[in-house]
Design a protein around this ligand. Structure first.
Ligand code: ATP
Length: 457
């Protein structure tokens, strides 16, 4: 799939109300996007499926919904204040900033793995590396990726707080609360869905890398000696969910993150990469965070965060942690590019279709009265009201039936129902299936069951 295909997908996403450029009537805001009616529903469906699979259907998981603003000491303890940064250089004329590591890799073709910021500075000087505009560059400097703001009316350092760059930390900070207020025992996990913010210097590729995004994260607390086995189990669970929601297993690959590139808290990380039209890129991640976070919060807060084993002689220890992490926005993008197809029809026509799984599709059923005649409108209206209680259902009376099929193919609706004059006589309707385009007459009284057996698999 090419960049050109990507442009078509971005255009479709706008045209059909999945994703709009952010603040568009004011000329937009770089790399911000708003989700339209279809996008908002699709996001919700992704999150619902994730929550159902990883929280509701499991006995060893509970949920959490933490605040975005946290005590700044959290970020000191987590290491984000000192290590969550990118090496940046500035064009001395235009004052535009660039990632030093990216420029070195792209222009000089040198790997920056394990390279210190000083070594990058040396290399830039030695090889006389210029900005993309051809101007001189400054020495590389660390740039922290956390957004900050101030609490209260005065912008003072003392009132400075950060927008969380990951949801994980509120899970660690609440570990003791969860242990004390539930009956969860190791091994168990805490899951959270929520917004995270990063002042990324090189955002881009549509919604792939943005400044504000949503994460679905799990911190799974274990005994240290179980980490290797449970790492594999989690990797499999992540891949199974990918297939469940309609991602292509052949496009999903594991990237073992090298020792030099591991985050400061991680002993092993696998990036689950996906084949996007702009290349194979990280979709989700699985990290073994050891007990780094609990140990660090225990030290910085002065609170004891140890866990007491109820069986093993009341042994006290700091559990270790496996972290499966998922981005909602990247998942949505991966679903869009996977589902998108331009299908050539007999007679040379081309239809655009999103082949979403029925579980995920923003609209699952669409009802079309053949014409805007009172009897047809009234029968279609009552079918619509009835099905709406069971499925995400739309009603559309505009344009020819063929045009309506195209419209709903483009948002990935698996079933379209046409109510025609025969329906008034035989109490049946025509159900057309999106992928095969086959049509079947179904009795109105059987519709709920007929659709249910196909949609709720
Ligand atoms: P990358 O290497 O692409 O910057 P990361 O390794 O920093 O990502 P994590 O810190 O592991 O990402 O974040 C967990 C997940 O959150 C990622 O796998 C991704 O799905 C999502 N994510 C991270 N940064 C962004 C972003 N800027 N925009 C959208 N989603 C993001």
């Amino acid at each position: 799939m090419s960049q050109e295909q990507m442009e078509k997908i971005v255009a479709l996403a706008k045209r059909r109300g999945f994703v709009y450029p952010g603040s568009e009537i004011y000329g937009g805001l770089a790399n911000s996007w708003d989700y339209g009616p279809m996008g908002a529903q699709l996001r919700k469906n992704i999150k619902d499926s994730w929550w159902r699979t990883f929280v509701e259907e499991r006995e060893d998981m509970v949920g959490l919904d933490g605040a975005i603003l946290m005590n700044p000491k959290v970020w000191e303890a987590s290491g984000h204040l000192t290590t969550f940064n990118d090496p940046l250089v500035e064009d001395k004329i235009t004052h535009k900033r660039y990632r030093a590591d990216h420029l070195i890799e792209e222009v000089l073709g040198e790997s920056t793995t394990g390279m210190t910021i000083e070594a990058m500075g040396e290399l830039i000087k030695e090889r006389n590396l210029k900005s993309p505009e051809g101007n001189e560059l400054t020495e590389p400097k660390h740039f922290n990726l956390m957004f900050n703001t101030f609490i209260g009316p005065v912008d003072s350092e003392a009132e400075k707080v950060y927008l969380r760059p990951e949801t994980a930390q509120s899970i660690f900070v609440n570990f003791k609360n969860v242990i004390d207020t539930t009956r969860m025992r190791v091994p168990f996990g805490i899951a959270q869905i929520g917004k995270a913010f990063r002042n990324e210097i090189t955002p881009g590729n549509f919604i792939f890398r943005t400044l504000e995004f949503e994460q679905m994260e799990i911190e799974y607390f274990i005994e240290e000696d179980k980490w290797e086995e449970l790492f594999e189990t989690w990797l499999t669970s992540m891949k199974n969910w990918a297939v469940q929601i309609g991602l292509d297993a052949d496009k999903l690959t594991d990237l073992e993150v090298s020792k030099e590139e591991l985050a400061h808290y991680s002993k092993r990380t696998i990036d689950l990469e996906y084949e996007f039209p702009f290349g194979v890129k990280e979709l989700w991640g699985l990290a073994y965070r050891t007990n780094f976070d609990l140990a660090s919060h225990q030290e910085h807060s002065g609170e004891t965060l140890t866990y007491t084993d109820p069986q093993d002689n009341k042994r006290k220890y700091l559990p270790h942690v496996l972290e499966p992490t998922f981005g909602v926005d990247r998942t949505l993008l991966a679903l869009l590019v996977t589902a998108y197809e331009e299908e050539e029809l007999e007679g040379g026509d081309v239809r655009i279709v999103l082949r979403f799984k029925p579980e995920i599709a923003p609209v699952q059923v669409a009802i079309f009265p053949l014409m805007k005649k009172d009897e047809l409108m009234s029968l279609s209206g009552s079918i619509y009201q009835n099905l709406k209680k069971m499925f995400r259902t739309d009603f559309d009376e505009g344009g020819s039936i063929g045009k309506r099929y195209r419209r709903y193919d483009e948002i990935g609706t698996p079933y379209c129902i046409t109510v025609d004059f025969d329906s008034l006589e035989d109490s049946s309707v025509t159900v057309r299936e999106r992928d095969s385009m086959t049509q079947e007459r179904v009795n109105i009284s059987d519709l709920g069951k007929w659709l249910g057996s196909r949609i709720n698999q």
